[in-house]
Design a protein around this ligand. Structure first.
Ligand SMILES: Nc1ncnc2c1ncn2[C@@H]1O[C@H](COP(=O)(O)OP(=O)(O)O)[C@@H](O)[C@H]1O
Ligand SMILES: [Mg+2]
Length: 385
């Protein structure tokens, strides 16, 4: 297994135009090393990008030569003039963002014609919702896929955007091994699965030459997946967000024109603390929280049917009440959910008559109703700059 240190050792032999070895340059992002895939960015002045392109190529070549590495993506990240790339600086300024629009109720109306929404909507896509969690491993991606399938079962046209660029899950969860095709040279066609359109950086990152992702910024990967993919007409796009509530997540929450967020938590207190942070983050960028899903809620013994609340079932429901956000449902900890999820056969698609599938469909119904704004006052949407 290749480690970050292996990568840094390889990069030590590569210097920038100023002669400083890359690890000492202060220009490297965090290095992501997972399953032989290496991913990081080099942040340089916008004016110096040309000088750095060769460095980027040499860095990729050096890392490719490290044993155990099977794919490398080094992105050149240019600081935008005016410091607009600063993740902590709210980009949403004192203006309204379109809210509570019903899936299917609008056409591609949220375009530039409605003034400068920040961020801009995606033509053809009515509602974009985030599935988020304060930390990894709580079942965010599993929930995202099955929620998307549940929305599909409600008759909606659904897309899934895997925005977890550091740990994409959709290739595995949906057993997608093919590469997206390009249209007209640069735009990508999403992969169709179970009647849904799906895009993930995981579809591309194994390519030896992932041309399409050689953007000026890592964040541009997300922008490209949003805006340079032929999503067509979608009622709902479900975005599997990266875990956590740091600057990267905040930036994403700001860059994607979200109609709402679904927070996934396990019942443990620790996860709930993280869930609280997630809720606070979305509130900070004025994205309505559609509710909390309690995942791995209770364990039902497959042999005797006895139920045990290993993680202290009910914590998320209680927390949702306390925070004044809807509680969307509880998904049991069940080996069949895990097996199906991990073998690319999500339960709602492959066992639609199961009780688990029904749980997800009920969650999907509540999410749809939340998007319709049923029974909820219109959220306040004026934001302080
Ligand atoms: N309700 C559940 N019951 C059993 N296993 C689950 C459940 N939800 C998720 N898992 C399993 O837990 C692991 C982490 O889930 P995943 O969706 O990848 O989480 P995350 O996206 O939050 O990192 C996976 O192996 C998944 O199959
Ligand atoms: Mg995941």
């Amino acid at each position: 297994m290749t480690s970050k240190d292996d990568v840094l050792a390889a990069l030590d032999k590569i210097s920038g135009p100023d002669g400083v070895p890359l690890p000492a340059s202060g220009k490297l992002s965090e290095i992501v090393a997972a399953d032989g895939k290496i991913f990081f960015s080099i942040t340089v002045d916008a004016g110096a990008v040309k000088l750095w392109e060769g460095v980027r190529e040499r860095a990729e070549a050096a890392i490719r030569a490290v044993p155990g590495v099977n794919s490398v993506l080094v992105a050149l990240t240019a600081e935008r003039a005016g410091g607009a790339s600063g993740a902590a600086a709210p980009r949403v300024q004192a203006q309204q963002r379109p809210q509570g629009a019903a899936p299917g109720a609008h056409g591609p109306a949220h375009g530039p014609a409605h003034g400068p929404p920040s961020p801009a909507g995606i033509p053809g896509v009515t509602s974009i919702i985030a599935v988020a969690s304060g930390k990894g491993g709580v079942g965010k991606s599993t929930t995202a896929v099955n929620l998307a399938l549940g929305l599909r079962d409600l008759g909606l046209k659904v897309g899934i955007l895997d925005a977890d660029i550091y740990g994409p899950s959709m290739p595995k969860l949906l057993a997608i091994r093919e590469k997206p095709q390009t249209v007209g040279g640069t735009r990508l066609k999403p992969i169709e699965r179970h009647g849904m359109s799906v895009m993930s950086i995981g579809f591309l990152i194994e390519e030896e030459t992932p041309m399409i992702w050689r953007g000026p910024m890592v964040m541009s990967a997300l922008t490209q997946m949003l805006r340079e993919v032929e999503w067509g007409t979608l009622d709902v796009m479900v975005v599997d967000m990266p875990p956590g509530t740091g600057d990267a997540q905040l930036t994403m929450a700001q860059q994607v024109p979200l109609k709402g967020a679904v927070i996934v938590s396990t019942p443990q207190d620790l996860a709930l603390i993280d869930a609280r942070r997630g809720i606070a983050m979305f509130r900070r960028v004025n994205v309505p929280v559609l509710g909390i899903v309690e995942n791995m809620s209770m364990f039902i013994c497959p042999h005797c049917g006895t139920r045990s609340d290993i993680f202290g079932h009910g914590g998320a429901r209680h927390e949702a009440e306390r925070l004044g956000v809807p509680f969307l449902g509880e998904v049991p900890l069940d080996i069949s959910i895990r097996e199906k999820s991990d073998s690319g056969q999500p339960v709602v698609a492959t066992a639609p008559d199961s009780a688990h599938a029904q749980v997800y469909r009920d969650i999907a119904t509540r999410v749809r109703d939340g998007l319709l704004g049923a029974g909820r006052p219109a959220p306040k949407i004026v934001i302080e700059a």
